[in-house]
Design a protein around this ligand. Structure first.
Ligand SMILES: Cc1cc2nc3c(=O)[nH]c(=O)nc-3n(C[C@H](O)[C@H](O)[C@H](O)COP(=O)(O)OP(=O)(O)OC[C@H]3O[C@@H](n4cnc5c(N)ncnc54)[C@H](O)[C@@H]3O)c2cc1C
Length: 439
């Protein structure tokens, strides 16, 4: 059994069990002897899911899927529901999550919660922060429900798959909003201050920084005016693109594509990795709902690293990256992605208790499944730099664990491990990855 990127094995296919009901999950957990790990859409690095020994169980939760209940301001979904289904169901009834989406929506709801998956915007935080209650099958096969008043809720929100099997999540919802997103290309000279301005002045903002070209492509969205909203409804609630386009990113994109071509050796000019940057060419402002505007990723096998830095220190870190870039001229085939979020209440969230700027880095796989040596050495060096600055890595992406002192980085680390001991005293939901973290 492989993970989504097919760069890691998760275990033997014979260890996979695919329950169709919560009662079946209970029976499997109660009867199993070895360790148990859960699988959502398998988009995280394989080590988060991997099981090793004979007798271990890989729980495929893709059949625990769909809407279970809906009220005026909440919706309950089965844990294995893909996020795109969550968004489609909510959009269909004129609702949305208060948390903005990530770049793709193929993750499962429980997998997104388990890793602190997030989008962008200081007035919101991770998807887990919109959970009102989380239902799990515990290590003994019993069921427990955790709501926001539960003293362990902040652990259960982002549990790294080490507390129990999440079978249902009730999410807070709000009326669907229409946004107009302004797109621009600017110099990176003043990025330290611009990043703060975009995030403070707009509800949702995301930026792609091309250090080689000293240029930034920025998206900044605010709620649409009534006239913009009318045009959107006149367009059958489809994304409205302004006719006027800008070619200000075209040269930068062409230079980035040149690096990507030589690194990936993919010949198809319309190949997926190329499309992730060619979409920045001839850009225009758009009006649409939050999913139409921001959830536009093209999932392609990659090594992705994303490190959260307290927003108050982001400017200083940008200055250090600039100095490091000028010194070392690292080889990059994708821009640095900058997304900020508000504080999370999950104890193990990289944005726990503080506004956070996430610095994201991507290296795509080559046609033959290899990774460019220059690309990986760039990732190693930039991660070291950010770890030294007190960065907290995204759990569902790649990171070098020895660079981090978890108990120092996370003030509630020990509180989390105590919850783990209470809920799973025999460490039945453990694998090598979580054992190295917690034991
Ligand atoms: C192309 C790409 C784009 C991405 N974009 C973003 C982005 O925009 N923003 C962002 O924040 N992240 C992003 N990510 C990271 C991604 O959101 C996480 O890796 C997420 O965990 C993937 O969800 P999944 O369903 O595939 O989880 P999996 O990889 O299947 O599992 C992740 C963890 O969750 C646990 N788990 C799964 N199901 C359950 C369950 N039912 N109960 C308990 N534990 C469970 C697993 O055991 C594992 O530990 C991206 C990743 C890729 C590859």
């Amino acid at each position: 059994m492989w993970n989504w990127a097919q760069n890691a094995t998760l275990g033997d296919k014979s260890s996979v069990k695919a329950p169709t009901t919560e009662a079946e999950v209970q029976a499997i957990v109660a009867a199993s002897q070895g360790k148990i790990r859960m699988m959502g859409s398998k988009m995280s690095p394989g080590r988060m899911i991997e099981t090793a020994a004979k007798g271990d169980t890989l729980l495929d939760l893709s059949q625990l899927r769909g809407l279970l209940d809906i009220t005026d301001d909440s919706a309950t979904f089965a844990g294995g529901t893909p996020l795109h289904e969550v968004y489609e169901v909510l959009s269909g009834v004129g609702r949305m999550l208060p948390a903005s989406p990530g770049v793709i929506a193929s993750q499962s709801l429980a997998g997104a919660l388990a890793t602190g998956t997030h989008g962008q915007g200081l007035q919101q935080s991770s998807i887990a922060d919109e959970a009102l209650s989380i239902r799990m099958v515990l290590a003994d096969g019993s069921i427990a429900e955790f709501d926001r008043d539960h003293r362990w809720f902040s652990a259960v929100q982002l549990g790294l798959g080490s507390l129990g099997v999440v079978t249902q999540v009730t999410l807070r919802t709000q009326p669907s909003l229409v946004y107009t997103c302004f797109k621009n290309a600017v110099t990176a000279d003043t990025l330290e201050q611009d990043l703060l301005d975009w995030n403070q002045n707009y509800a949702l903002s995301k930026a792609w920084w091309f250090p080689n070209e000293n240029q930034v492509h920025v998206w900044a969205a605010r709620e649409a005016t009534s006239e913009e909203t009318r045009l959107y409804h006149d367009n059958n609630d489809d994304l409205v693109k302004q006719e006027e386009t800008s070619d200000a990113m075209n040269q930068t994109v062409d230079q980035t594509l040149e690096h990507m071509r030589s690194d990936t050796r993919i010949l198809d000019e319309d190949g997926k990795p190329f499309r992730t940057v060619t979409r920045f060419k001839d850009f225009s402002d758009v009006t649409g709902d939050v999913y139409q505007v921001f959830c536009r990723g093209i999932a392609t096998p990659q090594i992705n690293v994303e490190i959260g830095i307290p927003l108050a220190r982001a400017g200083e870190v940008i200055r250090k990256i600039k100095a490091w870039h000028a010194d070392t001229q690292p080889h990059m085939h994708y821009p640095i992605i900058l997304r900020c979020t508000g504080p999370s209440s999950s104890w193990l969230s990289p944005s726990y208790a503080q506004d956070t700027c996430f610095f994201g880095f991507v290296v795509y796989y080559a046609e033959d499944g290899s990774l460019s040596e220059e690309g990986t050495s760039f990732l190693r060096a930039v991660e070291e730099l950010l770890a030294e600055e007190g960065g907290r890595p995204h759990w569902g992406k790649y990171f070098e664990a020895p660079l981090y002192d978890w108990a120092t980085l996370y003030p509630q680390w020990h509180a989390f491990t105590e919850v783990r001991e209470a809920l799973d005293p025999q460490h039945r939901f453990e694998n090598a990855f979580t054992a190295a973290l917690f034991d």
